[in-house]
Design a protein around this ligand. Sequence first.
Ligand SMILES: *Cc1c(COP(=O)(O)O)cnc(C)c1O
Length: 324
Amino acid sequence: MREAMASAVVGDDGHGEDPTVNELEERFAALVGKQAAIFLPSGVMGNQIAVRVLTQPGDVIVAGRNQHVVSFEMGASARNSSVQFALVNDSAGVLDLNDVLDVIDAEKDHQPHVSMVSVENTHMPSGGTPWDVNDLRSLAKAIGERPLHLDGARLFNAVVATGTSAAEFAEPATTVMACLSKGLCAPVGSLLAGPAPLMERARIERKRLGGAMRQAGFLAAAGLVALDTMIDRLSEDHLRARRIAELFSEAFPEARYDPTTCRTNIVAFDHPQARQIVGELNALGVEGDTLAPRRIRFVTHAGISDADVDFVAEVLESFKPAAS
Ligand SMILES: *Cc1c(COP(=O)(O)O)cnc(C)c1O
């Protein structure tokens, strides 16, 4: 990846003249079956630009209450686009169609206009849960003309876990965002794809948010390597995460964590002593974090080997309840 960066052919992307950025945008658009894509410094910017181009101030976005765009972007949608969220349950990762339709139906009761629906695939806080593409299709069909934004920060984890292609997942959505800098190992970058006229407006919003870059081809070159070589590798992260999930469920039976819910690279479960447990594990060299006061999260990635999983097993031995 670093070699590809060093030898990248670059130009001024502010003028659309960086061939490596253009290649990455075209490659991603083709991969997700959309007319156009834009390269961005971060996934948050991708979500925020989607909100900017798909809403008007005062509108409502229907989203799961734990989604990144709701809970992990510092209120950016309110700050940048003057919109509010109608939150629905997403504790299992997917949105219930009837919950979404209820919010839309409430427009008839003088409630604000619902301009879009946002979903996350994989859904991180529930434990990296991939959507079933048929559920996404049903949702898109039910909301009709209203746009659907797919926060696919980990879209390729969903692809590898389900065998559904990126284009199949993206087809029901108006816009799709994916991150290159998580499991795909690029140092920087995300992409947003959608219909060409919308992506032209997205370019203006990117500029407004300070996300237009000049010789960004050095970063896009790493992104191309990521798309070429890092997608298939994700299945290794998934196997290791499942093994770690099993170890956690054995070490903390009181959490009633079902390790089979771990289908991608996120190990997440509730525990009343979450902060204390994470603190102790971090001190012992197993690094993770809490997602919420009582929710633990560990993530696997290219830097985690089988030997590291063995190390986790060793450390978790001392947390296991004494055999009766
Ligand atoms: C990480 C993440 C983002 C944001 O990506 P950044 O590159 O960190 O800004 C958006 N959505 C989800 C689901 C994420 O996990």
